[in-house]
Design a protein around this ligand. Structure first.
Ligand code: PLP
Ligand code: COI
Length: 355
């Protein structure tokens, strides 16, 4: 029996992997929990919802997603509170964004009851996998991909929707050094930059590899027309604190509408800190650094949470940023977010869901 409001079959694993996990050494993204939720789309509807042991998939070599990239995903987290409860953070926003990505990529949307019901049952079943150490969480990866075994280019008629999870620690082992990219692009107006689709990440790997060879951890993408304006980073939106204001690029169809980003913007408004969501030129940031006006720069994201940026590289020069002060906005918002995620701070915004 499950609490889901749709037919959901649950097959439990015969052998849990939990005992083999070193919770003091989680890293990010390599450890998966015992089960996964799966639903199939066929004949115009989602069906066959099930929770099964986490494991390999069997796919035709002609599977459409493997050739033409009709594949989208989300990233979200569940946290353990001090009382032992489980909290999901802004899960409905992830559901909404997944459906926006689906529309852009010609894929079916997922009904709320399947997304939320499948997610809730899965996390309840694997709740022992949620870490409780500071900065750790259960990372949740919902994704959908085209499954037609057909190699003509057309939208698939069949899809799989899967959610799996895994305990994670911080995404970055140390504050990232980022390079402002002025040759390659992540997205252009009218493209798919606003969708959380697989190809956006594939296309970013080569420029990111070149930057890593130069000693950077991530790129900051700039606009495709002039490379003059800051867009976002590899797996984060970017934010700057200067002149007592929080300044961040506005979201357009070239950038991901980050849930952590809008959360931080809402907190800044609540704290009475002026927020500017606007075009930000690279020149403005470099000038602010040179003149000592940039208090801090940080990335925001589900995996990255709030990641202080240590240095910004631009046209061969590395600009070291000031160390983050305890009472800075960046540090305070990072701490406050951590407290909301884990139920230590009262959730006055209604962002968390106890499951
Ligand atoms: N931008 C990109 C390209 C990302 O991959 C992510 C991560 O999800 C973000 C921004 C931050 O989005 P969110 O805060 O919703 O995780
Ligand atoms: C997330 O923050 O959840 C992301 O999707 C980033 C991911 C590419 C690691």
């Amino acid at each position: 029996m499950t609490a889901a409001t749709f037919p959901l079959e649950i097959t439990q694993t015969k052998r849990s992997g939990l005992q083999e996990v070193d919770f003091n050494n989680l890293g990010f993204g390599r450890i998966m929990s015992d089960h996964m939720f799966v639903a199939d789309y066929d004949n115009g509807q989602w069906q066959n919802s099930r929770i099964v042991p986490y494991g390999d998939l069997s796919l035709s070599p002609a599977t459409a997603a493997l050739h033409y990239g009709q594949a989208i995903f989300e990233g979200m987290k569940a946290y353990r509170t001090q009382e032992g409860d489980t909290l999901l953070f802004r899960a409905l926003d992830n559901w909404n964004r997944l459906n926006k990505s689906a529309e852009r990529m010609c894929m079916p949307t997922i009904p709320e009851e399947i997304f939320m019901g499948g997610l809730t049952e899965l996390i309840r079943l694997d709740s022992d996998w949620i870490p409780s150490a500071e900065g750790c969480a259960l990372y949740i990866r919902p994704f959908m991909f085209a499954t037609d075994p057909f190699i003509g280019v057309k939208p698939s008629d069949t899809f799989s929707f899967i959610i799996f999870t895994g305990p994670v620690a911080a995404y970055f082992a140390k504050p990232p050094r980022v390079k402002i990219e002025t040759h390659f692009i992540r997205s252009a107006e009218g493209g798919v930059g606003g969708a959380k689709c697989a190809g956006n990440y594939a296309g970013s790997l080569y420029p990111a590899k070149l930057a890593q060879q130069e000693g950077y951890d991530q790129l900051i993408w700039t606009d495709a027309r002039e490379h003059a304006y800051i867009e976002e980073s590899g797996a984060m939106n970017v934010m700057f604190v200067m002149d007592g204001k929080l300044v961040t690029p506005f979201v357009s169809d070239t950038t991901l509408d980050g849930i952590t980003r809008k959360t931080i913007v809402a907190i800044a408004h609540h704290w009475g800190i002026p927020v500017e969501e606007r075009k930000i030129s690279v020149d403005e940031i470099i000038k602010a650094i040179k003149e000592g006006q940039l208090e801090s720069a940080f990335g925001s994201g589900t995996a990255a949470v709030v990641s202080h940026i240590e240095a910004i590289g631009f046209k061969g020069v590395d600009y070291e940023l000031p160390a983050v002060k305890k009472d800075s906005f960046a540090q305070k918002v990072k701490d406050y977010l951590g407290d909301i995620y884990t139920g230590k701070a009262e959730d006055i915004f209604g962002w968390t869901l106890k499951i």
